[in-house]
Design a protein around this ligand. Structure first.
Ligand code: NAD
Ligand code: FES
Length: 316
């Protein structure tokens, strides 16, 4: 699969051990939208090897959790990869505090199977919210393979739309949808998809975004038997097929999103099981997020209320 250890030291052969001593410097960082930040990270070997659809697993610091992030772009000559991170939980919010010059503890990748690219004919690339960052490299690869690319980008509101210029430059036509109608057309991405498949013959659909969106896209294309691919954002730990954390049900069989995916045939995915698994640790995620936010607020150094409660310390 080609997991690439960065700056492997003499004697270190295990990719994860090797990557722990590497330096993954943040070269650029800027917010694209509220809570959505774009990072350019120094990771030369990953930049050389990565293909559309693949991801990395990173840790912000030595004690942090491992989070999977799809590689949105890369520059092999500059030795950098681009990651786009939505700050929704503790670790992604911590990541989004990093600025140029900061360093990530480790980054392992590229992981997962690359997107299947061929000349399908007319393809519709559908990006929902931050899922657009994941769809973008595959849209580029589909265009380069000679496809006619129609892209639909959707978000709740204007401020949350990302990569519009990039998507426009790789698409024959770009359609913008917002839930509130603040720009583009009002409605979900699925409304535009329905319109397009009624307008013309569509040979292939890629849909990346929240689970309800991918499930809704699959429902639209199923009746016309249009091949549809989704990228699954299941919970991941090791990213190497060992822990089973990312298991998903596809065509009644257990698959591991980290090694068998992350892309799968949308018409075969059990989205209900995926949504259920993704919600399994919501309570813990919420608590961890709350602690993080309280710690951020206590920048004067005083301990946060939750920490005090956890340690049995009470005061008014
Ligand atoms: P969001 O909830 O704002 O939705 C983005 C767009 O998706 C909407 O504007 C709409 O056009 C479409 N959409 C949403 N629900 C729909 C439905 N029921 N039917 C049809 N279309 C629908 O998106 P967000 O806040 O950017 O996304 C957050 C979620 O996306 C998180 O849960 C995150 O885990 C997930 N996500 C998934 C991936 C992936 O690889 N699939 C990647 C990043 C984030
Ligand atoms: Fe552990 Fe996929 S993340 S098996």
């Amino acid at each position: 699969m080609g997991v690439v250890p960065e700056q492997q030291p003499a004697g270190a052969t295990h990719p994860i051990l090797a990557s722990q001593v590497a330096m993954f410097k943040v070269v650029e960082s800027r917010f694209l939208a509220p809570d959505i930040k774009r990072f350019v990270i120094q990771a030369p070997r990953i930049a050389r090897k990565r293909q559309a659809g693949q991801f990395v697993i990173l840790r912000v610091n030595d004690t942090g959790e491992r989070i999977p992030i799809t590689i949105a772009d890369g520059d092999a000559d500059a030795g950098t990869i681009t990651l786009i991170v939505q700050g929704i939980g503790k670790t992604t919010k911590l990541m989004n505090t990093l600025e140029a010059g900061d360093v990530l503890a480790n980054v392992v990748g590229p992981l997962g199977k690359p997107s299947h690219i061929e000349r399908f004919g007319t393809v519709v690339v559908t990006g929902g919210g931050v899922g657009t960052a994941i769809a973008y490299p595959t849209a580029v690869a589909l265009k380069q393979a000679g496809n006619r690319v129609l892209s639909i980008v959707g978000a709740r509101t204007k401020e949350l739309l990302i990569l519009l210029d990039e998507m426009r430059s790789t698409s024959d036509e770009l359609f913008v949808m917002t839930d509130d109608g603040s720009t583009g057309e009002k409605g979900f991405v699925t409304a535009k998809l329905q319109e397009l498949i009624e307008r013309e013959k569509v040979d292939h659909v890629l849909a990346i975004g929240p689970v309800p969106m991918m499930r809704a896209v699959a429902a639209v294309t199923r009746s016309r038997a249009i091949e549809t691919i989704v990228s699954l954002n299941s919970i991941m730990v090791d990213g190497t097929g060992m822990c089973g954390g990312c298991r998903v049900a596809v065509n009644g069989k257990t698959q591991f999103a980290c090694v068998d995916g992350p892309e799968f045939d949308a018409h075969q995915v059990d989205f209900e099981a995926l949504a259920h698994r993704n919600a399994m640790y919501l309570a813990q995620e919420k608590e961890s997020n709350l602690r993080f936010e309280q710690r951020q607020r206590h920048d004067d150094g005083s301990p946060c209320r939750l920490d005090q409660l956890a340690q049995g310390v009470e005061h008014d």
